[in-house]
Every structure is written in C-alpha cells, then in structure tokens.
Design a protein around this ligand. Structure first.
Ligand SMILES: [Zn+2]
Length: 87
C-alpha cells in the first residue's frame, strides 16, 4: 500500500505515541462502544465537537486531545505506547 503525506500513522496523545486503533479504543465513549465500523478519525471528529475542540486550529495540546502523526513524521522504530505494536 503506498503511503502519502496525508496518511495518519499514529496519534500523539498525553505526550505518547499511540496507534490509531488504541486511540479509538481510548476515546470512544461508552455509548458508542460496539460500533466497530467507525474509523478513528470519525470518532475523533465526533469527540472534538462534543468537547468543543477545533481540530484544525491546532491551539490545543496533545494533553487535551490526540494529534495526528502523519507517516513521514513518524520516528522510525516507534511503537504504540498502549499495545506495543510497532508503527
Ligand atoms: Zn496500540
């Protein structure tokens, strides 16, 4: 699968690198658990709206909300802080 600059490889959350699947697991609110068809970005956009975070403004820190790490920005050899999967 080709990679390009818009591919999200992982997320920075609470100053840690977290894979998309774990980011989704952590952020998905209780009432939405059991809807595996939702993508990580879908869940994040939903939660950003609830928490009144403008994801495009970039005026929040990774302490507040996960920030996407695009494939070219990923540090080689990095692994997910939660599950340990190599990214
Ligand atoms: Zn993970």
């Amino acid at each position: 699968m080709p990679t390009n600059a818009t591919d999200i490889a992982a997320y920075q959350y609470l100053d840690q690198t977290v894979c998309p699947q774990c980011t989704k697991d952590v952020l998905t609110p209780f009432e939405l658990v059991g809807d595996p068809d939702r993508s990580t970005e879908d869940v994040l956009n939903d939660m950003a709206q609830r928490w009144r975070i403008d994801r495009h403004a970039d005026d929040f820190s990774s302490e507040d909300f996960p920030k996407p790490i695009y494939a070219p920005d990923l540090i080689p050899g990095e692994s997910c802080f939660v599950c340990g999967t190599k990214l």
